[in-house]
Write a protein that binds this ligand. Sequence first.
Ligand code: AMP
Ligand code: GLY
Length: 447
Amino acid sequence: MPVPATPGRILVIGSGGREHALAWRLAHDPGIEVVMVAPGNPGMHGVATVIPGFDATDPAAVVALARERRVELVVVGPEGPLVAGVADALRAAGIPVFGPDAAAARIEGSKAFCREVAGAAGVPMAEGAVFDAAAAALAYAARLGAPVVVKADGLAAGKGVTVCATLAEAEEAIRDALERRVFGAAGARIVVEAALRGAEASLIAICDATTALALPPARDHKRIGAGDRGPNTGGMGAFSPLPDLEEAASAALVERVHGPVLAELARRGTPFRGALYAGLMLTEEGPRLLEFNARFGDPEAQALLPRLSVPLARLLLAAATDRLAEAAAALGIGGPLLPAEPGATVAVVLAAPGYPARPEVGAPITGLEAVARMAPGALVFHAGVAAGRDGGLVTAGGRVLTVVGRGADLAEAAREAHDAAELIDFPGLQRRRDVGRPLPAPAGAAR
Ligand code: AMP
Ligand code: GLY
């Protein structure tokens, strides 16, 4: 059999900064004829054919679109379409797709299932258990003692996890989910877990049914405010590499976490083909798994994809068709880590006012041309944007843009990202100024 080829016609499903970064990276691969994005956003026109007004969670519609446009590889960005069975429908239609079937995407869609699979695969996690009745959950939380973590089982738009400092808070969180049903059906079951301490790391691997090849580790800034204050968001920024997770440790984690989980999912008859994202806590006792996602992270993808020095389209097609080991060998990739450019990247999210609770949208975005002119090395990936009346862009979602800086080290990459971000404006713009770097001491602070 010949070495796995490059797909000429690619369809990316999704509309955020992650999908813009995917489209941008794929469009740079040799041998690419066209990258399409559905539904995409108007900030993506430079790199892709945008197919707006498309329901990406409708499996039949995605299959019809892929057929009509003679697509050779579909890359699914967000979890929604995966959990809705978009990848199942494409596979059934014989169209290669990078992204797991719904049964394997449950590793993200159900935290109870995640614990079950991780447990069977021998992946270390925080001590925890699954409950559907408040009394038993409360008793268990009391036994673990505060701080304790309460998680809605299902997808809750990033809001389903409460890290509770006291048992009183834990009781609130348990009753909110199980009795008051604030997360709807997603919170009808919960996981109660011991709180772990340490730094977090996102280790994302491109996988076929048996092989995992990891991107460099990244760290996400989840809280809205500098210094990790305020509510959780989808992610306000990310950087790579991590000073506290060396290559050898990353490689060991892929062997210990991603590999056994792929084997366990395959053993159950639900093989995983897609991006397997391990959210890890680096504790004093060693790394512990917090969660799996069934996709690339956002904004981790914006920080990581520019660092990869591999033909991504070819690898994703190989993963979709269970030929990843073969493709890796053909590309001279020896271990479980994908080769990356030296240096660092820092990705800074520009968010709308009111995000994450109630983003205000519709404001004109200025300064994008200034970035192209004055910070040509920086990358700008578009997410919550819409076309304005005067031909410019207006804000249209919580996370509006991701600005990525590249440099020889984190300090240089952070400087480029923040300097470029400084050129962009819209009313009420929120940006964490500490993404990728320590917070500057407030004026007059003691040294
Ligand atoms: P998850 O969706 O499970 O990753 O949880 C979202 C966030 O909650 C994580 O990124 C952590 O910051 C925090 N978290 C989740 N589980 C734990 C835990 N066992 N201990 C401490 N923090 C946690
Ligand atoms: N940035 C975290 C995520 O994509 O889930």
